[in-house]
Design a protein around this ligand. Structure first.
Ligand code: MEV
Length: 423
């Protein structure tokens, strides 16, 4: 299976779906779900959240040209933002020939926090928690025999003293291997169940027992080589490098730089029914781990004008639990990607983030993003300017000839087309 389909972007949505279905072997029913026919109902929505009155469809696009760990992969991305899917696909194409993206994963370890207050002897209590570690682990693992049977479950404990304004609190971290689940439910259940035992051991009073979204024990890394992407243009390469460097040292730039990375990451997280807020909170906190908010990526210039990119971030995403299985489109999204585990899914997501970042810096450090962005946005603007479905292409083509995608230009074009029609 090749993720490179020449002219994929020029096809109609129906033809694109046919192409993907050829590669992935999607049945008619599955294709219908992706087309939005019967994929998701208000009744299903009503099972998921409260006070439902409807649902919000978001465009689902496919990023092409990705090779991740030697395997070609189509990546479903759910986003309302123009240019994101095109940019990721374009960058992936530039990395394809040199092997695509290579990823690594530290494992699916999530952290559950237990806050213990009113402890008479914080250091003594901390020692007692360590002494009773095996009993704590045993009780936690009793809560989830399925997870344990899959090789997961609670693995270790970290204990710290946190000095606050009022007292020295004890913070216990339960380190739980959640395997292919994001794991919030498993961790929270364990943290709540073990509370009476913790209070007995510490002789303190437990307040919070909840997952930490700073999933820094669940790190994904991706790496890619872009062979001579500036075709030997040293000035362009230097500008790319300087733009990337700024995001390491200036938090204002780093925020926008990482926002661009999250354009890709959140789109895949959404498409697969995972928790975007959990991933976003974790990623941004991780970007501050040095004490200053910095870029999630690093870019280096290698021999023969190679550009080497790396990304490192916590990705708490799963293949089971939550909406990943219950939402029919999310389920198909993982099928299209062909990923079998949380590790593979996280690897694909990190690769998209790296590709997205390459595309953004490349455009920003050269022609800027507005021209390409406006071209893609032009169809939306044409509709807003009043173009009927059969006029959209014509309006956009005329605007391109006028080299302006401004809204007032679109309005003028639509008006003149409508006047000509009436004549
Ligand atoms: C826009 O959604 C994202 C960018 O601003 C990212 C960046 O500046 O790197 C283009």
């Amino acid at each position: 299976m090749s993720s490179r389909i020449p002219g994929f972007y020029k096809l109609s949505p129906a033809k694109r779906l046919d192409k993907i279905a050829e590669h992935i072997e999607l049945g008619e029913e599955e294709k219908d779900i992706l087309r939005g026919n019967g994929g998701f109902s208000v009744n299903q929505a009503d099972q998921m959240i409260e006070n439902v009155i409807g649902y919000l469809p978001i465009p689902l696009g496919i990023a092409a040209n990705f090779k991740v760990n030697g395997k070609d992969v189509f990546i479903p991305m759910a986003t309302e933002e123009p240019s994101v899917v095109a940019a990721a696909s374009h960058a992936a194409k530039l990395a394809y020939e040199s092997g695509g993206f290579i990823t690594s994963y530290t494992g699916s370890i999530m952290i559950g926090q237990i806050q213990v207050t009113d402890v008479e002897d914080p250091y003594g209590a901390m020692a007692r928690v360590h002494e009773n570690k095996e009993e704590i682990i045993k009780l936690c693992n009793k809560q989830d025999p399925t997870l344990v049977s899959l090789g997961g479950g609670m693995k270790d404990i970290h204990v710290r003293i946190v000095p606050t304004n009022s007292e020295e609190m004890i913070l216990i971290h339960l380190l739980v291997d959640t395997r292919d689940a994001m794991g919030a439910n498993a961790v929270n259940t364990m943290a709540e169940a073990v509370t009476p035992l913790i209070e007995k051991i510490t002789q303190g009073s437990v307040v919070l027992r909840i997952l930490s979204n700073l999933a820094d024990e669940r790190i994904t890394r991706a790496r890619a080589i872009f062979e001579n992407p500036f075709e030997g243009d040293k000035v362009a390469m230097d500008k790319f490098y300087k733009a990337a460097q700024l995001a390491i040292y200036d938090p204002y730039r780093a925020t926008t730089h990482n926002k661009g990375i999250m354009n890709g990451i959140s789109a895949v997280v959404t498409a697969t029914g995972n928790d975007t807020r959990a991933v976003e909170a974790g990623v941004h906190a991780y970007a501050s781990k040095s004490g200053q908010y910095r870029s999630l990526t690093r870019w280096e210039i290698g021999k023969d004008n190679k550009i080497i990119g790396t990304i490192e971030l916590p990705l708490a995403v799963g293949m089971v639990g939550g909406a990943t299985q219950s939402h029919p489109v999310a389920k198909l999204a993982t099928k299209i990607m062909g990923v079998q585990s949380a590790e593979q899914l996280a690897g694909v997501i990190a690769s998209v983030g790296l590709a997205q970042n390459f595309a953004a810096i490349r455009a920003l450090a050269s022609e800027g993003i507005q021209q390409g962005h406006m071209k893609l946005h032009a169809r939306n603007l044409a509709v807003l300017a009043g173009a009927k479905e059969d006029q959209i292409d014509e309006v956009v083509n005329i605007a391109a000839k006028h080299e302006s995608y401004q809204f007032h230009e679109m309005e003028k074009i639509v008006k003149s087309l409508n006047t000509n029609r009436k004549r």
